[in-house]
Design a protein around this ligand. Structure first.
Ligand code: 5AD
Ligand code: SF4
Length: 448
């Protein structure tokens, strides 16, 4: 037998939490000799990390599994073996169904059990049948995952919180990701220091409901203050937040902590109080507007982003107009908007007043046109300004570099690759649909 590395291909769908989890699954499997591979073809193990939040999640999984089955059979025909694992929220919600409909799958595991992956893989290799692990174990998965491998580039995600207790009527997350769980501050700080030591300059704290973090007194605001004291950590962000959990301490952190970037993804979902109540959001449109006022008072240059759902059960034309009115009042720098999609088992799926597809389509188009215009205006407003960009990658064209503005806009400029991993001052010269063009303002120490 040779000691050649086994090839692991991970396919990631869905949220940043899944991106983070995929990286950790690679870390967990590295000691078993699995090295990342860019392609599923011929791989020794393929993990499909799935998302259940919208659309025909299960159908998408089964169609991808069909493709992977062909590759698995090809590998077996050549005398090899491919372990096929399905992870993530579809695995959590529909584990038994997956094994029934796709018996060639070897491992099904929910988001809370990734630390058990090596054991599951070993069991799957031994057993003839597949193994399934979608329990919510008593032990904390964070305690069992190894320290992350070297990060890729100067930005990194760091999961600080998982799960959600909010039970919005439309959402599967409380069922697939379980109850709110916070990672202790000490563990978060240790991982942050580790990342910074590897060259990371910007950390985005992740959680399904990140501002409900309660791993230490003072909540997320206090954690951010502690992170800001880590030397070399220049930028801090967090996502995704619920309006109900934006406490005074967190708002004050936006005022006091310069490393906390002036961009906040704060989903409102709807601007209609009737629909917000039907959604079980437990806040009104006015609560959201007042919150935005307080945030902007704390940090005047704060840019806001949101999620919206159109066509939630019970949404009538007047409710949709209330959403448009809220959007006009706030002015978003960017946003995501979705047509309501019934998730089996959630209260909204069985609620009266389901909206027709045609109506959802029309509302989505109207909302997206308004949001696009606001994003365009926000970007256009940046032209002529001098701002700081964290340079993260080479640009698309030779001699170019690219990175992110404080407001998370992609920015590109002509410049040397030596600036990657550094914060550069640039002047914005043009706003494009999805990015900003800039010229480098020579840093002082580079000037002749
Ligand atoms: N239908 C449409 N959009 C949804 N989201 C969550 N569940 C659904 C659903 N059933 C959206 C919400 C949430 C984002 C991550 O996905 O806007 O904030
Ligand atoms: Fe889902 Fe609502 Fe929890 Fe967000 S806050 S994850 S939308 S239940």
């Amino acid at each position: 037998m040779t000691a050649a590395a086994k090839r692991l291909h991970v396919i990631t769908w869905g949220c940043q939490m899944n991106v983070y989890d995929s990286a950790r699954m690679q870390d967990v499997l590295a000691p078993l000799g699995y090295a990342p591979s860019a392609s599923a073809e011929g791989a020794d193990m393929v993990i499909l990390n799935t998302c259940h939040i919208r659309d025909k999640a299960a159908e998408k999984v089964f169609s991808e599994l069909g493709r992977l089955r062909t590759l698995k059979q090809a590998k077996e025909a050549a005398g090899g073996r491919m372990v096929l694992a399905v992870a993530g929220c579809v695995a959590q919600a529909e584990g038994a169904e997956i094994l029934a409909r796709a018996p060639f799958v070897d491992v099904v595991l929910g988001p809370q059990t990734y630390h058990r992956l090596p054991e599951l893989v070993a069991r799957a290799s031994r057993a003839a049948g597949a193994v399934i692990d979608t329990d919510f174990p008593a032990e904390d998965k964070f305690d069992h995952l190894p320290a992350p491998a070297a990060p890729h580039g100067p930005t990194a995600f760091l999961t600080v919180q998982e799960g959600c207790d909010k039970f919005c009527a439309f959402c599967v997350v409380p069922y697939t990701r379980g109850a709110e769980q916070s990672r202790p501050a000490a563990a978060v700080l240790a991982e942050a220091r580790h990342l910074v030591a590897q060259g990371v300059r910007e950390i985005t704290l992740l959680g399904q409901n990140v501002n409900a973090w309660h791993g230490a007194p003072g909540g997320l605001g206090a954690l951010i203050r502690q992170l800001a004291a880590v030397p070399g950590l220049d930028r801090i962000r967090y996502t995704t937040s619920h309006p109900r959990d934006m406490d005074d301490g967190l708002i004050a952190a936006h005022r006091d902590v310069p490393q906390l970037m002036p961009f906040l993804h704060l989903p409102v979902q709807s601007g209609s109080d009737r629909v917000l109540a039907a959604m079980n959001r437990r806040h009104t449109a006015d609560d959201y507007l007042r919150l935005v006022e307080r945030l902007r008072a704390a940090r005047p240059d704060l840019a806001l982003s949101s999620d919206f759902i159109v066509g939630h059960p019970g949404e009538q034309a007047a409710d949709f107009r209330a959403t448009l009115a809220l959007v006009r009042e706030v002015g978003f720098a960017q946003a995501y908007s979705f047509k309501y999609s019934p998730r089996p088992g959630t209260p909204a799926a069985a609620a009266p007043g389901q909206v027709t597809e045609a109506e959802k389509d029309a509302r989505l188009q109207e909302l997206q046109a308004l949001l696009r215009a606001q994003q365009g205006a926000f970007n256009a407003d940046c032209v002529g300004r001098s701002i700081e960009v964290l340079v993260t990658v080479p640009g698309r064209h030779p001699g170019q570099i690219a990175g992110r503005s404080p407001w998370l806009q992609p920015v590109h400029a002509a410049g040397p690759a030596t600036l990657i991993g550094r914060i550069a001052r640039v002047k914005i010269t043009a706003a494009n649909p999805n990015s900003l063009s800039a010229t480098l303002v020579q840093p002082e120490h580079l000037q002749a």
